[in-house]
Design a binder for this molecule. Structure first.
Ligand SMILES: [Zn+2]
Length: 122
């Protein structure tokens, strides 16, 4: 979970959403269907919905992890799914992530694990 924490913080910082984003791992008792949630400068990961394996073996599905992070960062400031701003942000976060990967890919925390996994498992 520390690795997912670091990666979440890195994207929030580099995409200029929040350099002081609070990242939490929660186990909600009710309404467990949401994977992650953003609100009030905090991103909550739902451990009940995603399961421990999602966090421990994130390097097997890095795009899924990044997709969740970018989606949640689009909610910054209370922006909702159907607002035009949400879609606009999604495209900008996607485009900026490609540029970050191109220019700073080696600095993404723990991504050496993705490369190692790809080498070993194709
Ligand atoms: Zn959402």
């Amino acid at each position: 979970m520390k690795q997912v924490y670091d990666i979440t913080k890195w994207f929030a910082d580099k995409l200029d959403v929040h350099d002081d984003l609070l990242v939490r791992f929660v186990k909600p008792h009710r309404d467990r269907r949401w994977a992650a949630c953003f609100g009030d400068k905090a991103l909550d990961w739902n451990m009940v919905c995603l399961g421990r394996k999602f966090f421990d073996r994130w390097y097997e599905h890095p795009a899924r992890l990044i997709k969740h992070i970018l989606h949640e960062l689009c909610h910054d400031g209370g922006v909702k799914h159907l607002q035009e701003k949400f879609e606009d942000r999604a495209f900008w976060h996607g485009a900026n992530s490609v540029m970050l990967a191109f220019l700073q890919g080696n600095k993404i925390p723990h991504f050496r694990l993705v490369k190692k996994h790809q080498r070993e498992h194709g």
